[in-house]
Design a protein around this ligand. Structure first.
Ligand SMILES: NC(=O)c1ccc[n+]([C@@H]2O[C@H](COP(=O)([O-])OP(=O)(O)OC[C@H]3O[C@@H](n4cnc5c(N)ncnc54)[C@H](OP(=O)(O)O)[C@@H]3O)[C@@H](O)[C@H]2O)c1
Length: 168
């Protein structure tokens, strides 16, 4: 989960008072702890969906899990959120919308209204200005190397954000 969404989600969840358990690979354990996670699970050693701990929310920021796999470790009325939309998630959303209880949710800010987004952005700026949200920057590329940047991002291993710089 140590992409753009995951590094922000850990910090925002902590800011909102949640107890956060993060899932990442061995090389990112230190980074995730530094961002404030209370517990960290190394997915190369342990499958969090097979554990005994249960969660109110599971935010799968990289779409590597699924609602069905996470269901056993979701609390009653818990939510599985994912920003990566595929057919399985769509079907689970439709099903869990009707059935009640544990829910599958497509988490996409792009689905919100302009007004909601403006309010969220204003709050985010306040949190950032208060020093409670740090941007994790992995690499920077000049504009003419944007294709190289895309190749790096598409490999799925970036930590936080990749920045494109422009001379102007
Ligand atoms: N719907 C929307 O509004 C929306 C908005 C923004 C992004 N997205 C989508 O959300 C996804 C996440 O984007 P992103 O930029 O935050 O991250 P990303 O760059 O896609 O994720 C990279 C990170 O994922 C980690 N990772 C890979 N496999 C993992 C696993 N099985 N468990 C835990 N972590 C794993 C990698 O760490 P290791 O190399 O250490 O494994 C790496 O640090 C993308 O598919 C993007 O297209 C959707």
């Amino acid at each position: 989960m140590v992409g753009d969404l995951g590094t922000a989600a850990v910090q925002l969840a902590k800011y909102l008072g949640a107890k956060v358990t993060a899932v990442c690979s061995t090389r990112n354990l230190g980074l995730v702890r530094a961002l404030g996670a209370d517990e960290v699970i190394d997915y190369t050693r342990k499958d969090f969906t097979k554990g005994t701990e249960t969660y109110d929310f599971i935010y799968d920021t990289v779409g590597k899990s699924s609602f069905n796999a996470c269901k056993p470790v979701l609390k009653d009325n818990g939510q599985y959120l994912c920003p990566v939309l595929g057919l399985p998630l769509l079907l689970q959303m439709m099903k869990t919308n009707i059935s009640g209880g544990k829910k599958a949710v497509f988490a996409a800010t792009g689905l919100r209204s302009d007004e909601e987004l403006r309010d969220m952005l204003a709050e985010l700026i306040e949190i950032y200005a208060a020093g409670k949200l740090k941007m994790v920057i992995d690499r920077q590329y000049p504009l003419e190397k944007v294709a190289e940047a895309h190749t790096y991002i598409a490999a799925g291993r970036k930590k936080g954000n990749v920045v494109i710089t422009s001379a102007e």
